[in-house]
Design a protein around this ligand. Structure first.
Ligand SMILES: [Ca+2]
Ligand SMILES: [Ca+2]
Ligand SMILES: [Ca+2]
Ligand SMILES: [Ca+2]
Length: 347
């Protein structure tokens, strides 16, 4: 069975890691064997037992093939990074349980799932997540993208969270979009308060075409089989609420098919810009015009990245080292440039 929506994170991390390694290797020949990082699978001994429920009944749909997301942050400020996993769901009424998981880092190599006690199990078919302190209380809050309404969980600072989605007006359905994947917090107007971009993927529902025939085989349909859907840019009102400013900011795109999104000041003008990886169509690069509007420059900048054989699907902000001194990869930070780049993955 062919699958048109691929897993996100492993490939992105591999992409990022390979770029970082390449930078180091190019600057240092030969590289000692014992300096090459090696990784060991410690999932079981770390007590992580999470499984994403794809939920398909027979051939999976494009929704069931999407996700799963994962996001890492130290939500309880104990100095140890914690992990939030997205659970998917059962869309066929079979009663198969699915929930998200918040694995609190115990600080000694193991994790404990505290999602229920923390109040962050999710409320639907989950797809993605992002951490950000939207209310500037010093504690990271959690935004979860789902099929249907997204969720904003406020971090109460005592190990629990409160669902403040309705109060904050950030469920992502403002323009009727239901299929949400990537989202990002960023302070586009530099007022010191994080704003929020919630992406929209294709328009898909129970009445849509569920599967397609590809090379004589039934499979999930490609994104080209469905219309796109608009994303939403929310401005932070500094009082726990947000305002939809998508059209005023010049980024209303009803045809977009957003998967991953990322924010970075790619041109070093001091204002954060926004990159949107669209599936089956060209990517968007929104340049911040410094006046609460954006200019889409994907094509002129060379970041649109779409042809008959390549489609941008993932993106990640990579910060890596480029060492100046030949023959070593053990230099100090004085000998290195820290460089932040936008990495993209094309399939
Ligand atoms: Ca922690
Ligand atoms: Ca907060
Ligand atoms: Ca702001
Ligand atoms: Ca910029």
């Amino acid at each position: 069975m062919r699958q048109f929506v691929r897993e996100d994170m492993p490939s992105v991390l591999a992409c990022c890691l390979s770029v970082a390694l390449l930078a180091a290797v190019n600057a240092s020949e030969p590289v000692a064997q014992d300096l090459v990082p090696r990784f060991k699978n410690i999932t079981q001994e770390a007590h992580i037992q999470f499984s994403h429920l794809k939920g398909n009944q027979g051939v999976a749909t494009i929704l069931e093939e999407a996700g799963p997301g994962v996001c890492v942050a130290d939500y309880n400020s104990d100095g140890w990074p914690d992990i939030y996993f997205i659970g998917g769901g059962d869309l066929h009424g079979r009663g198969i349980p699915a929930r998200n998981a918040l694995y609190r880092n115990n600080g000694e190599g193991t994790f404990t799932d505290v999602a229920d006690a923390a109040g962050v199990p999710g409320t639907g078919f989950g797809l993605g997540c992002v951490w950000g302190d939207y209310d500037n209380d010093g504690r990271l809050d959690l935004y979860v993208t789902q099929y249907g309404k997204n969720l904003l969980y406020h971090n109460n600072g005592n190990g629990t969270f409160t669902d403040v989605t309705d109060k904050a007006h950030v469920d992502g359905t403002d323009f009727g979009t239901l299929f949400h994947t990537g989202a990002v917090f960023f302070d586009y107007d530099r007022d010191g308060w994080l704003d929020l971009y919630a992406g929209g993927y294709v328009t898909f529902g129970p009445n849509s075409k569920q599967t397609c025939m590809t090379s004589g085989e039934e499979s999930s349909c490609p994104p080209t089989a469905y219309p796109g859907s608009p994303a939403v840019l929310y401005h932070n009102n500094r009082d726990g609420t947000f305002t939809n400013v998508t059209k005023a900011a010049g980024i209303f795109q009803p045809d977009g098919k957003n998967l991953s999104v990322a924010a970075v000041d790619y041109d070093n003008d001091g204002w954060p810009d926004l990159f949107v990886a669209n599936d089956s169509m060209r990517a968007y690069l929104y340049h911040n015009e410094h006046d609460s509007t954006f200019k889409e420059v994907g094509l002129t900048s060379g970041m649109a990245s779409h042809s008959a054989t390549t489609i941008t699907m993932d993106c990640l902000i990579c910060t890596f080292l480029i060492f100046k001194r030949p023959g070593t990869i053990s230099g100090t930070t004085k000998e290195a440039d820290f460089s932040t780049r936008l990495a993209t993955r094309a399939d």
